[in-house]
Design a protein around this ligand. Sequence first.
Ligand SMILES: Cc1cc2nc3c(=O)[nH]c(=O)nc-3n(C[C@H](O)[C@H](O)[C@H](O)COP(=O)(O)O)c2cc1C
Length: 220
Amino acid sequence: MFIESILKERTSVRAFLNKPVPKEELITIFENAQLAPSNCNVQPWQTCVVSGKTKDKLKDAFMKTLMSGAAPNPDFNWLAQYKGIHRERQFGSANALYNSIGIAREDKKARQMAMIRNWQFFDAPHAVFFTMDKYLDIMGAVDLGIYAQTLSLILSEHGLANCMQGALGQFPDPVREILNLPDERGILFGMSFGYADEEAAINKTKTDRELLNNAVAFFN
Ligand SMILES: Cc1cc2nc3c(=O)[nH]c(=O)nc-3n(C[C@H](O)[C@H](O)[C@H](O)COP(=O)(O)O)c2cc1C
C-alpha cells in the first residue's frame, strides 16, 4: 500500500474485533517500527505491548483508579488547556466522535462513559504504552511521536487499525506497577490496536482537516 492511500483511508478506530494479531506478525511490525528516526539516534522509546491477561489486569486497575475519583497525574506536561482555534478543533473532533454514536452535546454522563472506554482499550486485543526516561522530556516526546506515527503506518499496511491515546498516559502509576517499570520511567501516551470492527458506528467518525493555506506557508 502506498503511504498516500494509507493516509487518505486511515482514521482512528475505537471498536475492534476479538481477534488477536499472531505473535510472529507482532514481532515483524515492531521490528520495522525500530527503523523510526530519532534525535541523535538515541531511540528513547521503551515500548510496552500488552495483550491477554496483562491487558485485562491493567484495565481492571484503571477502572479501580477511575472509580476512586483519582485525578489524572501524567508524568509529562500533558494537561494544557487548548485555546482559540485549537479549542475549536478539539470541540470539532469531540463532536464528530459523539455524533457518530448518537451522544448529545449536553449528555455529560454519556460522554464520560464514552471517555472511560479509553481505559478499557476499546476492547482491542492489544495496546502499547509509549514510555521513556522522564528526564528526556520534550526531546524524547518528539521522538516518541515520530515512532508512534511510524508504528501506526506499519499497522495500516498490515490491515490493522489503531487509536493513539493520550488518555493512556493520564494514570501512569498502575501502569508502572503492573509492568514493573522503574520510577524514573515515564509513560507518555499509548495506543490500542487490532482488527477494526467495520460495523461499529463509532468507527464511522470522520474528522476534517484545515485547508493547506491555513497550515503551510511556502517561502521562496
Ligand atoms: C497524541 C494523540 C493522542 C490522542 N489521544 C486520544 C485519546 O486519548 N482518546 C481518543 O479517543 N483519541 C485520541 N486521539 C485520536 C485523535 O482524537 C484523532 O487522531 C483526531 O481526532 C483526528 O482523527 P483521525 O485520527 O480519525 O484522523 C489521539 C491522537 C493523538 C495523535
